[in-house]
Structure formats: structure tokens, C-alpha cells
Design a protein around this ligand. Structure first.
Ligand code: MN
Length: 257
């Protein structure tokens, strides 16, 4: 297992990659669960992802309370991360983003679905969380308390991602590298899908194809992307550890509905 110093450096790298790939801009954030205390997670203070340093990272409990050092103001939407880590013990990383190509799918009822093999991990049943359904027509759309975070987590269920109406999306993974990989290909799929829809009728990946890709996907695939993305943002590449433990499968992820 990575020690905490290395894990926080990995979280800095994840921030830089997601900013460079256009998934995060000045806003949005990525977190990682504390492997030594599964009831807490690490997330930067409120700062643009491209310029985050390890010294900006804070630790929070699963109700979004800060513990330990407080280098600055926390993200108001830390409750997205808290609610999901509480609901999903197998999830170790969360990416909340306003990735531009996914927004149109959050407001039109057109389903975001994988059209290319690298994008299969987004899944073929992506829900849209609408904050107004439970919290009314007068919110500022932000997830600013734990009730909202838990409601978002319930909509996500056992899936890999959920859209958030008029706001963005949230992507989860068993590791930072997996969550980053899925988020990068989510944005690419959304852009390509809109182009394909403009051309005509789209043939999407079938559920069987998505399942086969999930079964066959190995750490090697994530590592190839991660190494390249580290190079692009001038961060050191550290080979990853792909032991996720037992009992994890796509079926488990879908079990929560
Ligand atoms: Mn947001």
C-alpha cells in the first residue's frame, strides 16, 4: 500500500491530469479515501485543480467535517465525496466535474451512452440527478450539505457515474487511476456522441460488449494512460498497485440500482 505522502502526491497528479484533459477547469475536484482510515478522505482546499499542491490537501470525515490541518477554505461541495464514500465502501476515488461535453446530456433527456470501446466504463445506464426533485426550485444547484450528498449518492446507486442536471457529473472508481481514466473517457465519449448524433442514427456498445470490456480490462490499460498523462503534466510516474481485493465486479457495482 502507498504511504500517505505518496498518496497525496498521487492526488496532486490526478488534479493536474484532469485539469489538463479538460475535465476540470477552475472548478470541480477529485478526492481519495484514506486507506488507513476508511472513514475519512483527502480533498484539496478550495483551489483550482491545475495549481494544487500537496500542502493544500485536507482530510474530511464521511459527513464532510474537516479533521487535521486546515490550510484554507474547503470546497463547499465536499459533501458529494462524503455521501458517496459513506454509501459505497468499495469506492476509493471520486471526481466531481463540470466537464463541458456532458452538460448537454444533463438537460435534454438524451442519454449519454458509450459509443467507443475505451469509454465502456461509464456504463450503459447513466442516471441524471436533479437537485430540484428533493431540494426545490430555488437552490444554487450546488451540493452544499450532507443531505444533498446522500441524495446524490442514492441516485448514483451502484453505478460508475451520474449526471447532475444543469451542473455536471460525478464519477467514481476503485482507485484514483481508475476514476481519472473513466472521467477522461467520459468527456471524450460525450463529445464524440454529440458528433455522431448530428450525423445520424448511432450504434452504441451493447451491454454484452460493455461487460466483456470490463472483464478484460487490466491494470495495464490504466497504467498506459496514467504514465502518458503524467508525462503531459510533467509529474513523476510511479507504477501502480492493482490489487483491488476480493468481491469486486461490475455486478457488485450495479447492485445498488
Ligand atoms: Mn460542482
Amino acid at each position: 500500500m502507498m504511504d500517505q505522502h505518496d498518496l497525496l502526491e498521487e492526488l496532486v497528479t490526478a488534479n493536474r491530469i484532469l485539469a489538463n484533459e479538460g475535465v476540470l477547469d477552475s472548478f470541480g475536484h477529485v478526492s481519495v479515501r484514506n486507506p488507513e482510515n476508511p472513514n475519512s478522505f483527502f480533498l484539496s482546499r478550495a483551489r483550482a485543480p491545475a495549481i494544487i499542491e500537496a500542502s493544500d490537501i485536507m482530510e474530511f470525515t464521511l459527513d464532510g467535517t474537516s479533521i487535521g490541518a486546515e490550510p484554507g477554505k474547503p470546497y463547499s461541495e465536499r459533501f458529494i465525496h462524503a455521501g458517496i464514500y459513506e454509501a459505497r465502501p468499495e469506492v476509493n476515488a471520486v471526481v466531481h466535474n463540470h466537464s463541458p461535453s456532458v452538460i448537454p446530456f444533463s438537460v435534454t433527456g438524451k442519454k449519454l451512452r458509450p459509443i467507443m470501446h475505451m469509454c465502456a466504463p461509464i456504463g450503459d445506464d447513466i442516471p441524471t440527478w436533479d437537485i430540484s426533485h428533493k431540494f426545490g426550485e430555488s437552490t444554487n444547484l450546488l451540493v452544499t450539505n450532507i443531505d444533498m450528498g446522500r441524495d446524490l449518492a442514492a441516485c448514483l446507486g451502484g453505478r460508475t457515474m451520474t449526471l447532475m442536471r444543469g451542473h455536471g457529473s460525478t464519477v467514481v472508481g476503485r482507485s484514483l487511476r481508475e476514476a481519472v481514466f473513466t472521467a477522461v473517457y467520459m468527456e471524450l465519449n460525450a463529445g464524440m456522441q454529440m458528433k455522431a448524433m448530428a450525423l445520424g442514427e448511432v450504434t452504441y456498445l451493447s451491454p454484452g460488449e460493455i461487460a466483456a470490456i470490463e472483464r478484460g480490462r487490466a491494470g495495464f490499460t490504466f497504467e498506459r494512460g496514467w504514465e502518458n498523462w503524467c508525462h503531459e503534466v510533467d509529474r513523476p510516474y510511479v507504477p501502480g498497485n492493482w490489487d483491488f481485493g476480493e468481491g469486486y465486479s461490475r455486478a457488485d457495482r450495479q447492485a445498488g440500482g
